[in-house]
Design a protein. Sequence first.
Length: 267
Amino acid sequence: MATYAIGDIQGCFAALEKLLGEIGFSRERDRLWLVGDLVNRGPQSLEVLRFVKSLGEAAVTVLGNHDLHLVMLAEGFGRWHEEDTVAQVLEAHDRDELVGWLRGLPLFHHEDEYAMVHAGLLPAWDVERAQDLADELHEALTARDYRELLAHLWGSEPVAWSDRLSGWERARVIVNAMTRMRFCTREGAMEFRSKGPIAAAPPGFMPWFRVPGRRSADHTMICGHWSALGLLLEERLCALDTGCLWGGSLTALRLEDRRVVRVACAG
């Protein structure tokens, strides 16, 4: 049995099939950890959703910002972007089943020394706190009145966490940190416009994983979301978004020995 963490797929099903062939993946024997953004911008989001859903317990997937964007579009919230390529999902006969399954995925997952999130964790959150907050959002996203949450979820304010936050503001900070954040300050104020390399950090900001004293630093974080980083493997960080969508590669990391397998993507 092996566990493979795989970077952002974003509708690139052909690349995913090729990668799984390269690693010899068996759904009966192995497990996949998928860092989120299963869908959007690539050409085969529908095929990706159907396949990952069919894997059942052989795949652990956390929600990414594009996944949540699809959920919101399906429920009549959010704004359609010119680059969106999820129309096939929204027109599919099984759209409600697929979108409902997607909405029920967690924002965060951890086992032993590893923790997985799409974007990042704020410096004040240790892994246990992050899990509690992710569970809080999961419960809200799967509650009977989940549409009320979706109606208030998107937006970039507040930019920082406080234990005093409640309601929609509290939910927004949790979701934005775990699915959208790249840079933040030492105090945990987030910045959402910058998508470039580390050297292009806005003044006063740094990558969330480089904040001194970050409380989740006792676990090895597995994440995606930041294609400008490329493959970044450090002692306590595995950043796996290698830009498949942009003609880069799709990357799998075997957690047992950190073996890396990459396949080229058409873009």
